[in-house]
Design a protein around this ligand. Structure first.
Ligand code: 8ID
Ligand code: ZN
Length: 349
């Protein structure tokens, strides 16, 4: 009952636009599954991919998307651990070699041969998408495919980032870009992990959303006359947050974070603004014992753990659903920073 043609969003050239059209349905290879994608979250990474923002080429033409939640409809002959009819998710990490030293030690995202959904292989902005069976996310049947889709990148990534931050229950984490897709979900993983949060973003809509999602304080970067001082003042002793989760898509907050993070604290870089650098004075970094690190999606175990937080009802994804045919509209809003939470696309329209 799998059709031979389907609707998809296809990018023909770097810079876009993305075009809604019919394309053939692919057949899964021996170690792959074919997933009937029902819903897919729209990540800022998908916009970076279309715009050619990063020093890594995408395949072209490209079907973007890497937060695809759906149902397994076909599988290759080597696939035994996942059944037709199971719920499964297309994540950013579509596949990896499983034999290099990174894969051996569960650092699969660092694999040099990693396949990236919606970047080096076609992703979830189509009705039927292919993924390596060993890497697909397993989604419990009781979960709603629409609401869980943003967990498949945003959820996994911020959960991993919070773990990488080393922050302990009772400590304070600043979430920079807290009103966006990753940030709004990070606020809730942080809360579920026993962390206090300071939300940093711009505008009243994002302020209200962040407070609703449990942020203790909101600092508006578009209005604050002294953001560094304001963030430090938001901690109980004025010494600054123990960790900073950077999910903003501009360079400036990466520099500010090293100034307001607490001594011995950790700055976790996750957002990937085009052509940005992070720098900090050596003197302050040394005498304040500051850690600056990157965090990149998550491995299979991180993915399963992030989904389990969701299944237990600890994470509410603030999302708005549009048709897959309207994807370009989502990108226009995203370019303006005008999306509070996540946009999800429904592949049936
Ligand atoms: O594995 C990874 N490292 C990974 C995984 C997934 C996504 C990295 N990312 C990257 C994306 O490629 C993107 O660069 O994380 C970044 C955030 O993705 P997103 O959450 O999907 O983007 P968004 O919904 O547009 O949210 C960005 C927020 O940042 C705010 C905006 O207002 C928006 O709410 N923001 C900006 I732009 N400048 C800010 C500033 N100076 C700011 N917030 C605070 N201070
Ligand atoms: Zn993503």
């Amino acid at each position: 009952q799998v059709p031979t043609v389907q609707w998809a969003q296809v990018i023909e050239k770097s810079g876009g636009p993305t075009e809604y059209k019919q394309i053939p349905v692919a057949k899964p290879g021996p170690d792959e599954v074919l997933i009937n994608v029902k819903y897919s979250g729209v990540c800022h990474t998908d916009l970076h991919a279309m715009m050619g923002d990063w020093p890594l080429d995408t395949k072209l033409p490209l079907v973007g998307g890497h937060e695809g939640a759906g149902v397994v409809v076909a599988r290759g002959e080597l696939v035994t651990e996942i059944e037709i009819g199971d719920y499964a998710g297309i994540k950013w990490l579509n596949g990896s070699c499983l034999s290099c030293s990174y894969c051996q030690t569960s650092d699969e995202p660092l694999c040099a041969k990693a396949l990236l959904s919606g970047y080096t292989v076609d992703g979830s902005f189509q009705q039927y998408a292919i993924a390596k069976a060993i890497h697909v996310a397993r989604i419990p049947k009781e979960c709603d495919l629409e609401a869980i889709s943003p967990i498949l990148c945003a959820g996994i990534t911020v959960y991993k980032g919070l773990k990488e931050s080393g922050a302990r229950p009772g400590q304070t984490v600043a979430i920079v870009g807290a009103g966006g897709g990753l940030g709004s979900i990070a606020l809730q993983y942080a809360k579920a992990m026993g962390l206090h949060t300071i939300a940093i973003d711009g505008g009243d809509e994002k302020n209200a959303l962040c407070k609703k999602l449990g942020a203790k304080t909101f600092v508006d970067f578009t209005k604050s006359p002294n953001l560094v001082a304001e963030v430090k003042a938001a901690t109980h002793d004025g010494l600054g947050p123990h960790a900073v989760i950077l999910v903003a898509v501009s360079e400036k907050p990466f520099q500010q974070a090293t100034q307001y993070v607490r001594s011995r604290g950790t700055v976790v870089c996750i957002g990937l603004p085009a052509n940005a650098s992070i720098s900090a004075p050596v003197f302050d970094t040394v005498i304040r014992m500051i850690n600056i690190k990157g965090s990149y999606v998550g491995n299979r175990a991180d993915s399963a753990e992030a989904i389990e937080f969701y299944r237990q009802g600890l994470i509410t994804v603030p999302f708005k659903t549009i048709g897959l045919s309207e994807l370009q509209d989502a990108y226009e809003l995203m370019k303006k920073g005008a999306i509070a939470g996540r946009i999800v696309v429904d592949t049936s329209r």
